[in-house]
Design a protein around this ligand. Structure first.
Ligand SMILES: Nc1ncnc2c1ncn2[C@@H]1O[C@H](COP(=O)(O)OP(=O)(O)OP(=O)(O)O)[C@@H](O)[C@H]1O
Ligand SMILES: [Mg+2]
Length: 380
């Protein structure tokens, strides 16, 4: 039987008023004119503000949400600078519906000078922030334990290792394999304890200007010659990207963890490809938890792979310590990445489907004149 394909005549789509589409959108959309008067809202906006269209459209945005509201500030910035601006994880107070946690995005309407379109979303990065705060909790619980473990486990372990080395000198060659095994495994446990110990390091980071392209190149070379041999690396760099305000060694370690995960997700199948990207995103700001401040995070660094994708059961706990589905994994890699990004005042997000997983870091830019952070080649 031949399947019948019904072609949609173009005129059907052209006849569909764009308002119908806007009215069906589940996210609030508002349009303001050059004087700040609200000229259009969709039903999701009415629901969001707990008020009808006639009431909302009879006033300016400043009157609706208050002059000091971050929503009003965003609309003014879009209007004055004629750029699109996004703010994430903002607490928005509305007179009738109380405080809501949203992402806001504003764009200038090019055909009408001074007009601004705003969309609001109650999800994504707002949730990312919550999750990051949860990771903080997870990290803290590891911290106390790590300090105890460092003492209580590492000392006896070094005793065991030393004893195994002594025995190694007197045993038959075929038994030396066993003493080697003892040494290797004790080294592995020490490595895990060291990783956990990094969580308890609460000192403020020493930060300088970091050329993130140099860091990514360094990681690419490590991968090509070692853990990602045979995989293709693609660099999608914005050459004009300004330096990151960061700690080079910590950023290198975090990005290396991400690229290693990418290589491990690809595995030994051929055709593996890891894309390292950078971009400048103007107008990405984020609320600082517990304060009214906002930080600009215009520098984006992304690691994408065409591996098997993140399994569903791990998605919601990915950045927590000890979450792993690898036989030899500790599950500390991403927890440490989240800590490093947080220590830099940045955020990390991910998207994943089979053959396309990407981790995206948003980081702050350096004030002009900041000295470069030293290159410490020992880390390689
Ligand atoms: N790029 C990716 N693609 C698919 N799954 C991933 C990717 N990155 C991380 N994961 C999943 O997240 C889990 C946690 O990663 P994490 O780096 O924290 O620990 P790990 O890699 O398992 O162990 P370790 O880093 O200690 O070797 C991994 O076990 C893996 O299942
Ligand atoms: Mg890992």
């Amino acid at each position: 039987m031949v399947a019948k394909v019904t072609a949609i005549p173009t005129s059907d789509v052209e006849d569909l008023p764009s308002e119908t589409i806007l009215f069906a959108l589940p996210d609030p959309v508002l349009v303001m004119d050059e004087a700040g008067y609200i000229r259009f809202v969709n039903p999701a906006t009415e629901q969001f503000f707990g008020a009808g269209r006639t009431f909302i459209c009879s006033q300016t945005l400043a009157e609706l949400v208050h002059y000091d509201s971050p929503l009003n500030a965003l609309a003014n910035q879009v209007r004055e600078q004629e750029i699109s601006v996004a703010e994430h994880g903002v607490e928005l107070s509305t007179p009738r519906t109380g405080t809501q946690h949203v992402d806001m995005q504003g764009v200038p309407l090019n055909e009408r000078p001074g007009w601004v379109l705003i969309t609001l979303q109650r999800r994504s990065m707002a949730e990312t922030m919550d999750r990051q705060l949860n990771h903080q909790g997870a990290a803290r619980s590891v911290m106390g334990m790590a300090a105890v473990l460092a003492h209580e486990i590492k000392n006896p372990l070094s005793g065991i290792r030393g004893a195994a080395q002594l025995i190694e000198q007197n045993v038959r060659p075929e038994d030396q394999e066993l003493t080697r095994l003892i040494c290797d495994e004790t080294d592995r446990i020490c490595g895990i304890v060291d990783d956990m110990d990094k969580f308890s390091d609460e000192r403020a980071l020493e930060r300088g200007a970091v050329n993130i392209h140099e860091v990514l190149d360094h990681i690419r070379r490590l991968g090509e010659n070692g853990f990602a041999k045979g995989m293709r690396f693609v660099a999608r760099f914005d050459p004009s990207l300004p330096p990151v305000l960061g700690n080079r060694d910590k950023l290198l370690q975090a990005l290396l963890n991400l690229v290693k995960n990418a290589a491990e997700a690809i595995g030994t199948e051929g055709g593996g490809e890891i894309t390292l990207g950078t971009a400048y995103r103007q107008g990405v700001r984020i609320a600082v938890p517990g304060s009214l401040d906002r930080v600009n995070l215009p520098l984006e660094v992304s690691i994408q792979d065409n591996g098997k994708g993140i399994s569903d059961e791990l998605r919601h706990h990915l950045f927590e310590a000890f979450v792993t589905n690898k036989p030899g994994g500790t599950g500390l890699g991403l927890a440490l990445v989240a800590k490093t990004v947080r220590d830099h005042g940045g955020i990390i997000e991910f998207e994943s489907q089979p053959k396309k997983t990407s981790f995206r870091l948003r980081l702050p830019m350096c004030p002009p004149g900041t000295p470069f952070d030293q290159v410490d080649e020992d880390l390689s």
